[in-house]
Design a protein around this ligand. Structure first.
Ligand code: FDA
Length: 318
């Protein structure tokens, strides 16, 4: 990830409205985007989810949307998630509380209004509470995604508050943040569900490790804390070195396959996902859908020069 010299430029482009317009309008973009995004509609997401569930994998569906600038937009995001939860409740994989739920949705608090200038935190908290109540009725889990570091304290405090009523609510920690190991220690208690990832945003040196080796070492320290803790670790990485360590740490800490899960993004290392599921591991696929795919798509390009090369080649060789 962090050895890609173009990463800062691509992540800066992810925030550019001019480039966003140009890239989203380019007809070729859509076919590339399909590799990482289930489609623009809920129906497309549910079709893709069905196919994944049928291969023995679990899912976490994300409705793409960030940068919510008014309360109406936040309300529209809530409405979409409520419709999604009600569709998921009808699937045979919906579960009563207790035990692993095969169905999950992932939510960004920024989509629910967290960044609104007046009462943003309270609006996002109230909206997230509405979604938690619906998820509980639907037999579906929710995990709150991690965004850039300026949101970490607010996001974790919202999750902490909601967990009093919805103890199954999951949070994400990013190992590139210097604070990650401390956060893992604070959150590794009984019943907690923590998704550990490396982190996908452009962050300053003051708060985040910059070298891949440091991010990876932090990941393994965090993973050990989670594995030795009383919660349910969710190991979100495509990295073969991390995946190999996960298995040895799990057996070293007396966990069996039901006590943690692997997670990967839709369209990335599908063969490896199937291999792990075939070995009896719990393998959850993060499945994004929706019209606002630009930020998500650019973060995937920034991660991997090969993804970028694929994209650029497709643009120039019609
Ligand atoms: P990294 O990108 O370091 O790659 C390491 C190795 O993995 C590569 O050398 C290669 O071997 C393999 N690999 C990676 N990508 C591959 C590809 N496309 N094809 C083949 N091999 C590949 N971030 C965030 O900030 N907030 C969040 O809430 C989330 N949520 C989230 C959920 C889930 C389920 C996942 C999997 C990831 C996230 N992320 C995230 C993104 C995460 O922070 C990170 O940017 C990516 O997962 C990439 O990091 P990796 O750990 O996969 O390894």
């Amino acid at each position: 990830v962090f050895e890609n010299p173009l990463r800062p430029a691509i992540l800066a482009a992810a925030r550019s409205t001019t480039l966003k317009a140009a890239i989203t309008r380019a007809p070729v973009t859509r076919s590339i985007v399909k590799r990482f995004i289930a489609g623009e509609t809920r129906a497309a997401a549910l079709t893709a989810a069905r196919a994944i569930l049928d291969t023995g994998r679990l899912i976490s569906i994300d409705h793409l949307g960030e940068d919510t600038t008014d309360e109406a937009q936040a309300g529209a995001a809530v409405a979409e998630y409520l419709a999604l939860l009600s569709d998921l409740a009808a699937l045979p994989e919906a579960r009563e509380p207790g035990g692993v739920r095969p169905l999950e949705v992932s939510v960004k608090l920024s989509a629910l209004g967290q960044a609104l200038p007046v009462d943003g935190r309270e609006i996002a908290l109230a909206n997230a509470r509405t979604l938690c109540a619906a998820a509980e009725r639907s037999g579906v889990w929710i995990t709150v995604d991690a965004e850039d570091h300026t949101t970490t304290d607010s996001t974790l405090s919202i999750v902490r508050e909601l967990r009093a009523d919805y103890p199954w609510l999951g949070a994400v920690l990013q190992s590139y943040l210097r604070r990650a190991e401390t956060d893992c220690r604070a959150l590794a208690g009984p019943d907690s569900r923590i998704r550990l990832c490396k982190g996908a945003y452009r962050e300053p040196d003051l708060v985040a490790f910059q070298a891949k080796a440091d991010v990876d070492a932090s990941y393994l320290r965090c993973l050990r804390v989670l594995m030795e803790g009383g919660g349910y670790p969710m190991v979100a990485s495509h990295d073969p070195a991390i995946i190999a360590e996960t298995d040895s740490m799990a057996s070293g800490t007396g966990r069996d396959a039901a006590d943690f899960e692997h997670q990967m993004l839709y369209g990335i290392r599908d063969g490896e996902q199937l291999r792990l599921a075939g070995l009896g591991a719990q393998m959850r696929v993060y499945l994004p859908y929706g019209g606002q795919w630009y930020g998500y798509f650019m973060r995937r390009l920034a991660e991997r020069p090969a993804n970028l090369g694929f994209f650029v080649r497709s643009v120039f060789t019609r």
